[in-house]
Write a protein that binds this ligand. Structure first.
Ligand SMILES: [Zn+2]
Length: 285
């Protein structure tokens, strides 16, 4: 695991490296400024940059896809891989850059377009990525965004969840659902978590921040489902009133969102509350 920085702070974004007998893969690429930290991490792990073949991007958000452009320059044999919508965004990030600037202000980092098509590879749902003695499966897990993939490596039973299973509070061992607007959709998010329970996991790795191993690994996915359902219940109880929902979520779950510094946490909660309301099924559904 490498601390990829992001949001201008440490310990917010984690990326993971899988080294197979023939090739290596990087799981997520962080933000644009993460590239230097990732290259430093590879040096520390004594991984030859020429062995890195795949940059597996979980989804189109700039704190996951933004490092791909600069990393391609420094990892000469690599291609950036993801859902075809992720690939479209890597090619032309104008829309996502505008959205990030509006939502995150100084905390967001725009990403650069990748113009060389030969360095981009779209992955089909369920596609296997061969690293030699390791194989990684792209698990389509819509909900946080429509293009989201988790990556599962069966030999080590490692499941990299990106943003699909929430934001991990590493010290509280709890999660915060990633209900950011405008892409969050309640139904697909819940089905994706249920899909993840079908995998035999020893380690569940998060993009924000860290990983959970052993008995807690499966538990953290169950916890993610329970928290999501709790958030929906709160929203219904407060009759989907945005201010009341925000107040209740902050009151109950402020401490969990430790991945964001306190000065940014309020902004994050207001986005999460708005996105939750936006992504809930219509009443009566
Ligand atoms: Zn995201």
């Amino acid at each position: 695991m490498i601390d990829a920085g992001g949001y201008r702070y440490e310990k917010t974004t984690s990326i993971f490296v899988l080294e197979g007998s023939r090739k290596a893969a990087i799981l997520d690429t962080g933000s644009r400024s993460s590239a230097a930290l990732i290259l430093g991490g590879l040096r520390e792990m004594k991984i030859d940059p020429s062995r890195v073949r795949y940059l597996l991007v979980s989804h189109r958000h700039t704190d996951h896809a933004g490092g791909a452009g600069p990393l391609l320059n420094d990892l000469p044999n690599s291609v950036a891989c993801g859902h075809r919508y992720t690939i479209e965004t890597l090619r032309d990030p104008a829309k996502i850059n505008a959205a990030v600037a509006a939502a995150f202000g100084q905390y967001g980092e725009p990403m650069e377009p990748i113009t060389d098509q030969s360095r981009l590879m779209a992955l089909e749902p369920g596609q296997a990525i061969d690293l030699g003695d390791l194989e990684v499966e792209a698990v389509h897990t819509a909900g946080h965004t429509s293009d989201h993939y988790c990556f599962y490596e069966g030999k080590n039973k490692l499941l990299f969840c990106g943003d699909a299973a929430g934001l991990l509070g590493p010290t509280t061992l709890s999660t915060t659902p990633t209900t950011f607007p405008p892409s969050f959709k309640y139904g697909p998010y819940l089905s994706s978590l249920q899909k993840l329970l079908r995998y035999d996991v020893e380690t569940v790795a998060f993009a924000h921040f860290g990983a959970v191993s052993g008995e807690d690994a499966r538990q953290i996915i169950h916890e993610g489902i329970a928290t999501l359902e709790e958030w929906r219940e709160i929203a219904e109880k407060e009759q989907r009133d945005p201010d009341a929902l925000l107040e209740k979520l902050q009151e109950r779950h402020w401490a969990r969102l430790e991945v964001f510094p306190p000065q940014f946490r309020g902004v994050a909660f207001s986005m999460l509350a708005r996105g939750l309301l936006n992504g809930l099924p219509s009443p009566g559904d």
